[in-house]
Design a protein around this ligand. Structure first.
Ligand code: PLP
Length: 397
């Protein structure tokens, strides 16, 4: 497993005395796409120019080559490029034959696209609470939610760490259910040495700009080993046609843009190194934050190598801490502040506060710290020391 047992950057060391001093300000954005794009511009500019000069915008060599390369990266037989991660989830469910009244199990602490895809495919969202340590689906609570109408499970690999897929697949085989991995945050994550996107029947990826592999616009992909599902998604993304103007089913306009595919091919080559850098940054955060009792650092199962799309800690008094971090120049995020079962859009599911207590408590206490490959050890140290200083001061108020 290439990303296990990473060493911290020893020459920098773990000590960062003074960096967290209360009057120092260091502007650290939550995400720094500008640096990544600037570094890649010499490679990206020519492919955009070539596409424009050749008027090669839809389908073509870059789309098919990216699909082959991303399938190889994920260790799957097929990859079908689509317009977004939301398209990937929705078209995957449609390809599995989800129809009106079918139930699909997922978690309440995900981005809304997961459940939008279920409803828009005609299914009914059934939530299962999550584990308190990883915030991924709680296998122990899953079987009781399976009914005669359940057709699929969508485990979400939240923050870049895979859900515990072996028991999920076991249950799915027992009850004859499809498993669609929401791998939109998990490009390059490993589960027992196997890649996210190759673990269920289908994997759905987003290449939204801020993702571990991000396009310069909207893009997504579906991965699978099943030739029939791959073929069905190819038709669904392209108005249900297998041949131009011969429509076997009603489909969608859900194709992967050719310029985005060309950019993704360039970025895909960097992805293993970027995941390594994320893991190195996470290891440094862990080392620096672990000693502070009031901060819960991310939990990683020993079978997991998270792709660390996000580095999420848990603490009390989040709003004040966020505000004080901002005063020091540090931007943070919340993923996600309101679980989906308590959102207005899902009132029709008739859930109450208290229905999914683990997800609810987590949503009140989680805080996403800056995390990207370009983040330097000095920046990680400044963030970690600042969080510790602020949290310690809060505890002693
Ligand atoms: C867990 C999860 N699922 C689905 C999506 C949807 O992807 P997209 O924004 O590309 O439609 C995202 C991206 O934001 C996500 O984080």
């Amino acid at each position: 497993m290439p990303w296990r047992g990473l060493q911290l950057n020893k020459h920098f060391g773990s000590g960062s005395a003074g960096l967290g001093a209360s009057n120092i300000v260091m502007n650290i954005p939550f995400l720094d796409l500008k640096s990544q794009n600037a570094a890649l511009l010499p490679e990206i500019e020519p492919v955009i120019k070539e596409a424009i000069l050749n008027a090669a915008f839809i389908g073509g060599e870059n789309v098919s080559s990216f699909e082959e390369e991303f399938a190889a990266f994920c260790d799957t037989k097929f990859c079908v490029g689509v317009g977004s991660g939301t398209d990937a989830l929705r078209l995957a469910l449609l390809a599995c034959g989800i129809k009106s009244g079918d139930e699909v199990i997922t978690v309440p602490n995900t981005f809304v696209a997961t459940t939008e895809a279920i409803s828009q495919a005609g299914g009914r969202v059934v939530f299962v609470d999550v584990e308190p340590n990883t915030y991924n689906i709680d296998i122990e609570r899953m079987e009781e939610k399976i009914t005669g109408r359940t057709k699929a499970i969508i485990p979400v690999h939240l923050y870049g760490q895979c859900a515990d897929m072996d028991p999920i697949m076991e249950l799915a085989r027992k009850y004859d259910l499809f498993v669609l991995e929401d791998a939109c945050q998990a490009h390059g994550a490993l589960y027992k040495g196997r890649k996210a996107g190759s673990l269920g029947d289908i994997g759905a990826f987003s290449f939204y700009p801020g993702k571990n592999l991000g396009a310069c616009g909207e893009a997504g992909a579906v991965t699978t080993d099943d030739p029939d599902i791959a073929e069905k998604i190819r038709m669904l993304r392209d108005h249900g046609q297998s041949k131009k103007y011969y429509h076997e089913i009603e489909g969608y306009n859900g194709r992967l843009d050719a310029i985005q595919a060309a950019i993704l091919r360039i970025k895909l080559k960097k992805l293993p190194d970027w995941v390594n850098k994320r893991r190195t940054n996470a290891a440094l955060y862990n080392e620096l934050l672990n000693e502070c009792q009031a901060i819960v650092i991310p939990y990683e199962h020993d079978w997991s190598a998270s792709a660390f799309h996000l580095y999420v800690v848990r603490l009390k008094g989040r709003e004040i801490i966020q505000k004080k971090l901002l005063e020091k120049g540090i931007s943070t995020g919340l993923h996600y502040p309101v679980p989906l079962h308590l959102q207005t859009a899902y009132k029709f599911l008739d859930h109450q506060k208290g229905d999914f207590p683990v997800a609810e408590t987590a949503s009140d206490e989680i805080l996403s710290l800056p995390m990207y490959p370009e983040l330097t050890a000095k920046q990680v140290s400044f963030v970690a020391e600042s969080v510790k200083d602020i949290v310690t001061a809060q505890v002693h108020v």
